[in-house]
Design a protein around this ligand. Sequence first.
Ligand code: KG4
Ligand code: ZN
Length: 344
Amino acid sequence: MLVLGIESSCDETGVALVQAAGVGVPRLLAHALHSQIEMHQAYGGVVPELASRDHIRRVLPLAQEVLGQAQRGLPELDVVAYTRGPGLAGALLVGAGVACALGAALRKPVLGVHHLEGHLLSPFLSQDPPEFPFVALLVSGGHTQLMLVEGVGRYEMLGETIDDAAGEAFDKSAKLLGLGYPGGPALSRLAQQGDPAAFKLPRPLLHSGDLDFSFAGLKTAVLTQVHKLGDALEARKADLAASTEAAIVEVLVRKSLMALDRSGLERIVVAGGVGANRRLREHLDAACARRGVRVHYPELSLCTDNGAMIALAAAMRLQAGVQQASAAYAFDVKPRWPLQALAA
Ligand code: KG4
Ligand code: ZN
């Protein structure tokens, strides 16, 4: 079974081809990505209308690139998958529209995929794929969730952020430090030259006793420090970046360990853009190694948004028999779509 996957929920257009046979983990044959980061940089964040228009320009050339790389032709496709949500409505409509048009033209069925399920399953494409069940820490620009994953489509929410997502905390703090967009990678690069203990920043909900997160207050604390420092900010920027990163990472690691304790599981998967963060990886790896817990990450190139995870999630849903691809081509998109709403 050959599945073409199209991701267009936010600011990356991703297309990929995976092959699935029997019940084995699907194999990635090719993937291509166009990041809109440069285009949005001038605005300090994603401009939805520009994002949609750029997806339109990129998606078919990327599909051709992927098919060329894999030396496959359009008629060989069995299923066309696309991100149905959550994300920017206009951007999602591009991927959904193109996938359904392709499907209709080729007389092949289509399947709408949950973006977060894509992130969650993306470590299955790594050299060291996980096995079910596991705890998943989903940390992206829009979501921060701890999930209990028992199988494809069997997701139980253990905790989530009550306000900003971890990626948002990185991005907003980076903006306050004048680091531009996207802030996460920039802040974490600068943090390497700073002292993570230089500033005492809050660790929100660290002792709340539940598995929820809150990051909105951290941004306010960073703003307060920026104001206090005034002209001295430039000289202390790396320290403040390092302290901010340390606060976010400590909360993510501690709550992940709590989730492991509560579930009794000895395996955790980290997915989403913030999963690329080096400090998070180092601290989680060290803490889990002490407890004999296995940690799985997607390949670094598949941490942020991509088409591979969408093609993979579609293939795994079909393999597990939890969903059928449809030839109705009556697509809709779901800009807001809780992962737990995915019926197994
Ligand atoms: O999963 P993703 O690509 O898009 C969403 O679905 O949101 O995640 C993007 C988020 C952004 O907030 C970005 O700043 C953050 O991931 N991010 C990082 C790093 N790389 C990406 N945050 C911290 N450290 C990084 N190295
Ligand atoms: Zn994402």
